[in-house]
Ligand binder design. Sequence first.
Ligand code: NAI
Ligand code: MG
Length: 488
Amino acid sequence: MTKIIDKDSFKATWNYEEAPESTDHIHIKQQYELYIDGQFTKPTKGKYFDTINPANNKKIARVAEATEDDIDKAVEAARKAFNSWSKLSGKERGKYIFRIARLIQERAREFAVIESLDGGKPIRESRDIDIPLAANHFFYYAGWADKLEYAFPNRKAKPLGVAGQIIPWNFPLLMAAWKLAPALATGNTVVLKPAETTPLTALKLAEIIHESGIPKGVVNIVTGAGETGAAIVNHPDIDKIAFTGSTGVGKYIRKATAGTKKKLTLELGGKGANIIFEDAAIDQAVEGIVNAIFFNQGHVCCAGSRLFVQESVEKVVVQKLKDRMESLILGDPLDKNTDIGAINSKKQLKTIENYIKIGINEGGEIYQPNCTLPKSGNWCAPTLFLNVSQSHRIVQEEIFGPVLAIQTFRTIDEVIEKANNTPFGLSAGVWTDKGSKIFHLTQKLNAGVIWANTFNKFDATSPFGGYKESGFGREGGLHGLKPYVKFE
Ligand code: NAI
Ligand code: MG
């Protein structure tokens, strides 16, 4: 087979200068408190934890740990605020939400840098994807606040009450926006908990929310780890729980809320199938594969972590993919050239490394490009596994890292069967020249989101969510309003 890119000459000709984003313009405090009832409040038990920069494992700030007493206070504040917030006109509520959206835009650079510092994602992604999309979500739902009668014609939509929202570390600000915007637009009040490894942008958001002048108690932001989350889940005066995170914790929450008045939406794990047919535009598909699995270091619930290539084009696709991987830049998340940043935490790095071992032990053929990993911090080279089958653990289980399992197929029916053979049902991608094939597959694939000739595209107006062990309920779009209302 002919070489598609001469790797050596590519590396010899192209030398990227460092292009680090400046941190001069950002302000991070040494210590952050809880945001309860419109005030930054010290935690009752006086406990704090460190949030670190995963690119060098240095401490960035100390963050308050909320315990049951603090959750009690936050829920009480949210309950009290609900009385008046739910009675405000949609137009008034919308004003505050629009204000939050604009304040995020104004401080977009600051948010992007803090997101990359605290979580390890490339600045290019936080700058171009996370932060603008977070602002979009607030703009979009601000628009719905006074139009609920059009969202639900001939029905009177009422807010549920106090919503407890627990979010993960892979898209910290964006997930906060996904949760807060529809809840506020529909007249609910909120207690939100960011993940323990990435609390900083939610705390910055608390400052902006404060600045927006929204009545006190409408939004409460509490920090802490699993126990803090569980205290929200088990609080008796919460009407709705919205959770994004691991399937394991999702199962726990479902059990904990069974038999209570709490409404529940769960956005959990995934093992998305990315399907390349022989008639696809191969170069674009290769870019799509890279984006599907290496975006955000593969810390993406809807990542295309299972690749299915039609047998006739396997050789060319895999060769082009390997060549493309040689040119991916791994390193400093704050460098604008960086494609692959740091793994979010030591714990997550261990999980990923363990799966790589499992893959090798089960007989998979591993491929990693030549790339030097920085000395300090948490790093994982982009990784392919060939020669794997449906029964391999790395094909069945969510790895949540830059690790792709590659399989081949011959017929459409075969790939549908293989793609659906997973406990998850969150996302899929189809690459083909034929519209009819796309429509056929979108009918047959059991996934909440299916992309055609693209991958990992998000939009505030478009619903997102899963089937099976990927959870239930939708976020985004008109559908995203529904989990926050009841009808009389
Ligand atoms: P996790 O599910 O423990 O963390 C998500 C959020 O849940 C965090 O805010 C955490 O503090 C909170 N939490 C943890 N235990 C809780 C409990 N008992 N009650 C209420 N809230 C609780 O995820 P973790 O352990 O950080 O990651 C493990 C795996 O989960 C990853 O390897 C990945 O496969 C998956 N994951 C999936 C995500 C997704 O977007 N679908 C996001 C994060 C993790
Ligand atoms: Mg951190």
